[in-house]
Design a protein around this ligand. Sequence first.
Ligand SMILES: [Zn+2]
Length: 261
Amino acid sequence: MSVRKIQKQVCIQCFQPFEAEPHPRFGSVPTKCPKCRRTDPYRQFISRKCVGEWIVQNDVDWKALMKQIEKPLRENANRPWKYDFKGREHGASWSGRIVVWAEEPPAKGEIVLVRKMQSTYQIRVTYEEYGSIGALFKFREVVNVKKPVFLPLDSEEGELVEETHEYFVLEKVNQELQPQYRLVLYTIGEKTTLKGYGRQEFMEFEHDPQSVDLAIAYGQYRTGRAWRRTVLSLIPLNDQIIIRRFGHTGSGKTFSDQAVI
Ligand SMILES: [Zn+2]
């Protein structure tokens, strides 16, 4: 049985400390940190920064929502938890994504620090004419679609652009701290059917202007007859979000209900 030792190193490229394990056969130790060792030919890491932080009362049941990522991060034996929600969950034409990391998902009512992070990468991209989508459908407008094609960074085609991702980190803090906001996650949406037949769903939504929406994932059917939006938001401590749904079923019955978040 071999005993492997973790060594503390300083990266020769970025001068940041990192922990490394000697190669099991050759005994050599990496001289660059994992960040600088990244050799993805398509993306170059540029920066990572914190662009906002708030002490909040967590009112999201993350334990019910979060999923453990499949693989542990290479250099980290502790598996962080990740919540990753994309607008495509709400329909074929979508935008936005909500990404939250935490060492462990906080319980409902727990006081946590929310950090908003921005990471920037350099990528190389070119746009390919996709032809005219929708030309097959006589009743639709013909739309010329361009599709991005990602190229290796050292390619001579395309152009270098910066791509920024936003994500959030929830950190444990002293429970005596006074929170500034409540952290909530909610979904709203509406649904109508062609010519007004079938189930119709509408909603009314009360939203405090002092709320801060951190991330929004939006999606809709291609026909535009239904849309849904999931929002991660900071709302004032004494505030509630009220979502009223109403409409009627295909057989003419009306319904209404209300959710308080
Ligand atoms: Zn480094």
